[in-house]
Design a protein around this ligand. Structure first.
Ligand code: FAD
Length: 368
């Protein structure tokens, strides 16, 4: 990644008066920005709007919390309200933004209309859902509620301490869950259409070493394969499920695996619907210029929902803005954006970004 090369949509004006900043989203991006802005502007009026509780937690912990025996509740380091009070911001929890009027500078929300001077979209990303029969039985763990559901399904297994889990996807998150589950004593199957773990991100040598380390924990790999369907088997005499908790996953080679939990880790897609409905420029996310500003004045985007012009290189995606769905880039962007929102226009400059893969069986790092 390099210094910003893309033409800015427009450099934000330098201001000296405190502005009312509304941040939509209370993930690491939203809360990091609130913290950075408060540090630079004690006077700023900051509101964080969240569709959820606003509770503060570290999302990367979701894929290594099981072996540490952490529940969803244990993962929360501060309630939304406590965190908001600590930062001196107003939290509007359980409030979804449904539309943005960029001309009037207002948000339509499930709790009425909210005005803004400066708006930051920190909306995150949705797990990609594969459209296959029985997909309603497939979980993706991308937030605390989904983690709680995942733990509840494991607890319902006939043998909860060694519940069987099938993971779709041998990428970063799939491998992290596989390591965590196997370490905690579970039976783990990983299904992937590729030929090796983290095929797009690791050298063949590192990939082989990681796979060997996971296999030595008992993880069973099914490469060159996809899941075709997920069924609850039904007793043909009584028409009742034989064991409601059992899920039968049919693979593309016809093999059928019986498990307690089916976890999808096949990737995320930036949440862009809200911005799209407001005619903001969308690419692989909500497109932002070198200052983090979208195609609408005073509307910015940050974190997993954003596609950053300043992260683009001519060799990557033909130089088009790209997403960087990791913690370090969102922290870098939050610092620069906080400067801009506090009155000093500051471009976002990404340095080299290394992401540590949380697989203690064979720790490796990849470039974001
Ligand atoms: C299992 C897992 C492990 C990971 N491990 C790592 C790791 O080791 N290292 C790393 O760098 N990254 C890791 N990541 C990625 C990292 O966690 C994310 O990049 C980061 O947490 C994204 O933060 P965010 O604030 O952009 O999005 P989110 O955390 O998704 O937050 C989005 C927020 O927006 C709110 N929202 C969305 N739409 C609306 C609306 N219309 N109205 C109101 N509120 C709305 C949501 O409720 C939520 O509060 C991991 C991700 C996962 C899922």
């Amino acid at each position: 990644m390099q210094a910003p090369t893309a033409t800015p949509m427009s450099e934000p004006a330098t201001t000296t008066t405190p502005q009312a900043t509304v941040i939509v989203g209370s993930g690491l991006a939203g809360w990091s920005l609130a913290r950075e802005l408060r540090a630079r502007s004690p006077e700023a009026l900051i509101t964080v709007i969240s569709a959820g509780t606003g509770d503060f937690y570290s999302k990367p912990m979701l894929s290594n919390a099981l072996a540490l025996n952490k529940t969803a509740t244990n993962l929360v380091s501060a309630s939304g309200q406590t965190h908001a009070e600590k930062l001196g911001v107003t939290l509007r929890a359980h409030t979804s933004v449904t539309a943005i009027d960029t001309a009037k500078k207002t948000l339509a929300t499930t709790a009425g209309t909210i005005p803004y001077h400066q708006l930051v979209l920190a909306l995150g990303a949705d797990p990609i859902r594969l459209n296959l029969p029985g997909s309603e039985h497939i979980l993706s763990v991308n937030d605390l509620d989904a983690y709680a559901t995942f733990r509840a399904q494991l607890a319902q297994a006939a043998h909860p301490e060694r519940g069987r889990v099938l993971i779709m996807g041998a990428g970063l998150i799939g491998c992290e869950f596989a390591n965590d589950l196997a370490k905690a004593g579970h039976t783990v199957h990983v299904v992937d259409p590729g030929e090796r773990v983290l095929g797009a991100l690791l050298s063949a040598e590192d990939s082989h070493a990681l796979q060997t380390a996971l296999a030595s924990l008992g993880v069973q790999f099914h490469f060159g394969m996809t899941a075709q369907r997920v069924d609850h088997r039904v007793d043909t005499d009584t028409q009742t499920p034989q064991a409601p908790r059992d899920k039968w996953v049919t693979l593309s080679n016809g093999e059928c695996l019986c498990v307690d939990v089916v976890l999808s880790a096949v990737g995320l897609r930036a949440r862009t619907e809200l911005a799209q409905g407001s005619d903001l420029h969308i690419g692989r996310g909500i497109v932002v210029d070198a200052w983090g500003q979208t195609s609408a004045p005073d509307v910015y985007a940050l974190g997993d929902c954003a596609a950053y012009a300043s992260a683009a290189t001519p060799t990557l995606f033909d130089g088009a803005p790209r997403g960087l769905p990791f913690v370090m880039p969102l922290m870098t962007a939050a610092k620069a954006l906080a400067q801009t929102l506090a009155g000093t226009a500051t471009p976002i400059v990404f340095g080299p970004m290394t992401v540590r893969v949380k697989t203690p069986a064979y720790p490796v790092s990849v470039q974001a």
